[in-house]
Ligand binder design. Structure first.
Ligand code: FO1
Length: 474
């Protein structure tokens, strides 16, 4: 009997291609009247891909119904939540590929730069758009952008959840306690939403005069970026590379996933999170391929649990928690226990700078920090250990929360993501977790130490692998 806590992949029954985008993916941000022939503008932001994109499919189906042109645009904001050249490089290289795929379908793709709601509003005015479609993102900054656009717009603005298999707004209207409360709600709806995708079609209606814009790569060279964090070479950006990575994972690693997914040395991780973060691949496509190629064993179940339940739980957390990016998001039991232990003695205390340059007393923690700085990634199991040690070696939990977020978002390719905020909140203040045995500093928040890591994997091998090169990261 499959572990009830794992995703029962066997229950996934793939339905055929729907004739139209399921209306339950749509959330009307601004009502309005449709105007036959008036161009439909898809403001691409979170889901930066041409294939398997429900927001883009919705925009095209609307444009076809209204005999209207379809235009897509992405607006690059300067220094988005502290992103560096590492992030903009990966993102804009991926968008370059998306642009060429869309152009090939007679769907113009414009790359804008500036304050997104303003630039999108200007473009909508220029092309006399009849509607703006945007993709769902629970982050505060995105909701502010969309609200700012709606204040100026005199046309309908529709949000489509293209990131989740089951639309976040459909699963639950409140912050869920944990995976165990969300999973049954997901299970009920998954068969209705895990379908094949219709294909994007060449678009028959074109703009009389299409505004000119830079290409994503031209923009990369002109943006004022923090270039102190290098791009990563180990991970090629774009939807095609994402598809190759998925194939490689399904062919050679998924069948050890359940046994090895706590072992950073095993190399059997999907490495899909940067692609999922930038929307260069759809989680729904990943689930369809897992189901097609790997059936319903415990390995597929363990992977789908991460891909579906954990990711949708993260979007639920960010959508229904205003302060998802600060210690204030802690559940009451965790806040209380951590504050009770606020004055416990802390044998080790490090500054953000010491953490950032991997200058702690713990070689395992330093190796994890180096992996993240050098490769832009860190194995999921170590991310928990890494964040929990920041709690233990910081003056207080609120400082620890900010330090973990700062380092995660500065170096992880998939930083600034609901998964990242939720991962830090789980590690440092027990979000989606429960009270454990009480101990100094942690109180009843779950504790992890290097002995626990040693029981899971060969920590000496991991340290050797990531401690080569400079002693500390100066
Ligand atoms: N989304 C945008 O619409 N415009 C941007 O300029 C932009 C920059 C950016 C840089 C790093 C990064 O990690 C994400 C970035 N995003 C941007 C947002 C991203 O596409 C995702 O929507 C969110 O980060 C995840 O919810």
């Amino acid at each position: 009997m499959a572990d009830p806590n794992l995703y029962p992949a066997c229950m996934i029954r793939i339905r055929g291609k729907p004739a139209a985008v399921d209306a339950r993916r749509a959330h009307i941000l601004q009502p309005g009247t449709e105007i036959p022939g008036a161009p439909i503008l898809y403001w691409m932001s979170r889901d930066q891909r041409a294939p398997d994109n429900w927001a883009l499919l919705y925009a095209q189906q609307t444009a076809l119904r209204l005999n209207a042109p379809l235009v897509t645009a992405f607006c690059a904001a300067d220094s988005f939540l502290g992103a560096t050249r590492r992030h903009y490089g990966f993102m804009l290289r991926g968008l370059e590929e998306t642009r060429s795929l869309l152009t090939g379908l007679q769907i113009p793709f414009l790359t804008l730069r500036g304050h997104p709601p303003e630039e999108i509003m200007k473009l909508a005015d220029t092309i006399r758009a009849g509607m703006v479609v945007c993709d769902f993102d629970p982050l505060r900054i995105k909701r502010k952008w969309q609200t700012a656009l709606c204040r100026q717009a005199r046309f309908p603005v529709v949000e489509i959840d293209a990131h989740n298999i089951v639309p976040t707004r459909q699963v639950s209207r409140k912050r869920e306690y944990g995976a165990y409360t969300l999973r049954p709600k997901l299970n009920r709806l998954l068969p209705e939403f895990l379908t094949e995708f219709p294909r994007l079609r060449p678009h028959p209606y074109t703009l009389r005069k299409c505004p000119h814009s830079l290409s994503p790569l031209q923009l990369l060279d002109s943006l004022p970026l923090d270039r102190s964090v290098d791009e990563v070479t180990s991970c090629t950006a774009g939807s095609k590379a994402a598809g190759r990575q998925l194939d490689a994972f399904l062919k050679s690693h998924i069948d050890q996933y359940a046994g090895e997914n706590n072992n950073p040395n095993s190399g059997c991780r999907s490495n899909l999170s940067p692609y999922l973060h930038f929307g260069q691949i759809s989680a729904q496509r990943v689930a369809l391929e897992v189901n097609r190629l790997s059936g319903s064993g415990p390995d597929a179940g363990a992977f789908l649990e991460q891909l579906i339940t954990r990711r949708e739980l993260a979007d639920n957390f960010c959508l229904w928690t205003d302060n998802y990016d600060s210690f204030d998001c802690a559940p009451a039991w965790a806040r209380q226990t951590l504050l009770q232990h606020a004055r416990d003695s802390r044998p080790y205390l490090y500054s953000t700078d010491e953490f950032e340059h991997a200058r702690t007393h713990d070689p395992l923690w330093n190796a994890a920090q180096k992996e993240m700085v050098l490769s832009g990634r860190m194995h999921g199991y170590l991310r928990m250990y890494w964040a929990k040690k920041i709690l233990e070696w910081s003056p207080d939990p609120a400082t620890a929360f900010q330090t973990a977020l700062f380092l995660n978002d500065r170096y992880e390719l998939d930083g600034r993501d609901p998964n990242g905020y939720t991962g830090v909140a789980w590690s440092i203040c027990g979000v989606h977790d429960r009270p454990w045995t009480e101990r100094p500093v942690f109180g009843q928040v779950r504790y992890m130490n290097d002995a626990g890591c040693r029981r899971k994997f060969d920590t000496a091998a991991y340290i050797r692998r990531w401690s080569a090169g400079p002693e500390s990261l100066d």
